[in-house]
Design a protein. Structure first.
Length: 406
């Protein structure tokens, strides 16, 4: 059973991206003295490392992008990690005895600090790039050595001026991401689908996620316009990291470098910089049907429980379930040959001809999982046309799901 796609040809709405992600590259090498010495509280140091090490690929073992850049200056240290597409850095207070910088293997440093049994940590590096880790209080004789690398091998994105940043409410952005990111593709050949589309129309921001078979769109008004009026596509990995960070702060700032194709986020003491996906995001407005022949109000929880029940016996790998509408009744059904089937009827306000529409059960459950309203509006025209799901309490949210062939 094949799934119909939102992606269509010349006369359709979603076209394929013309090629792989293209990035501009004007990263700068970091240059600093390797000799360095500072003392920092273990708890804060461990927390800072864990904040940024998630962007480093587990497959990277011995390269600059498997390392963390450690910089010490005045009364703070700065930790930076990168996978060349995304960079994250954070700062924390420390007692600096000698300013400098070095890179250290991220995973090993993280493991060492996690298991370090003293409350403060002394980090000392020499001209041979050897990092010595000791008890910061100087009482214990424990000494750990870890080989680092020169900091000038570490590539840092070019900074942008503070005047390029706009303030935004993190809670609002977090909500918009939560209600759209489920529809983003992960590794689609159409590269623009592997990220979240963001655009600003005056004081209103619009976020759109799609994988070509489903779409989620939400709009919200902001205190000041976001600097993405022409629209940008933020990679899904950056969206995951942003989601992880954004719930921990009360205010955020975002900056856009259009020449380099980068978006900069400042969230408390963490800065996230991401390259953007280069390509033309399709006109999502053409995907959302303007006219629907039928629109049915359904209880969200009742439908969600029925879908979950039917999904148990939905055939793999399609996960197909069917919604069978007849006057006054909806039947949710699924079946797997030689295994079993489910038929679960419920009353509804549908008035029209009998129609059966098939869906990937996960697609419907994903939509219902990001809504908060008691009821939903499910609209359609035919069994093969896009289905629209709306929140009666939120006119600025809409989800589109393509049916499957029965």
């Amino acid at each position: 059973m094949s799934r119909r796609a939102l992606c269509r040809g010349k006369n359709g709405v979603f076209h394929k991206s013309t090629g792989p992600i293209k990035y501009n590259s004007t990263n700068t090498h970091h240059k600093e003295s390797t000799d360095m010495k500072f003392v920092v509280e273990k708890a804060g140091f461990q927390k800072a490392i864990s904040r940024i090490e998630g962007i480093i690929s587990a497959r990277e073992i011995r390269s600059v992008i498997s390392s963390i850049l450690i910089e010490s200056d005045k009364d703070t240290i700065t930790l930076t990690a990168t996978d060349l597409d995304i960079s994250m850095k954070t700062t924390l207070p420390a007692k600096i005895e000698k300013a400098g910088a070095i890179t250290a293997p991220a995973k090993k440093l993280s493991q060492i600090i996690k298991e370090f049994r003293f409350e403060s940590v002394e980090i000392d590096s020499d001209a041979e790039h050897k990092i010595s880790i000791r008890d910061g209080a100087g009482k214990a004789k424990t000494e750990i050595h870890l080989m680092g690398a020169p900091s000038d091998e570490f590539m840092l994105p070019s900074p942008i001026k503070d005047s390029h940043f706009k303030q935004f409410p993190p809670a609002l952005v977090n909500e918009m991401i939560r209600r759209t990111s489920y529809a983003i593709a992960e590794e689609d050949a159409r590269y623009v689908f592997n990220g979240l589309y963001m655009e600003s129309e005056g004081d209103q921001a619009v976020f759109v996620g799609t994988d070509g078979r489903r779409l989620a769109r939400i709009a919200r008004n902001f205190p000041e316009s976001l600097p993405v009026d022409k629209g940008v596509v933020v990679p899904v990995k950056a969206i995951r990291e942003l989601t992880r960070l954004i719930g921990t702060v009360d205010e955020g700032f975002v900056g856009y470098d259009s020449e380099e194709g980068r978006l900069y986020f400042k969230l408390g003491d963490v800065e996230l910089i991401t390259r953007l996906i280069d390509g033309n995001f399709p006109d999502y407005r053409q995907v959302i049907p303007r006219k629907l022949d039928h629109e049915v109000k359904l209880n969200r929880d009742a439908l969600r429980l029925s879908l979950r029940q039917a999904a148990v016996l939905a055939a793999e790998p399609s996960r197909q379930i069917r919604l069978e509408f007849s006057p006054g009744t909806l039947v949710v059904s699924s079946s797997t040959p030689d295994l079993g089937n489910v038929n679960d009827p419920m009353s509804c306000e549908y008035q029209g001809e009998e129609v059966t529409i098939a869906y990937n059960s996960n697609y419907l459950l994903d939509v219902l999982g990001v809504l908060n309203s008691e009821d939903i509006l499910l609209g359609f025209s035919t069994a093969s046309a896009p289905t629209v799901i709306k929140d009666p309490d939120d006119a600025e949210f809409v989800a589109v799901v393509m049916p499957m062939k029965i």
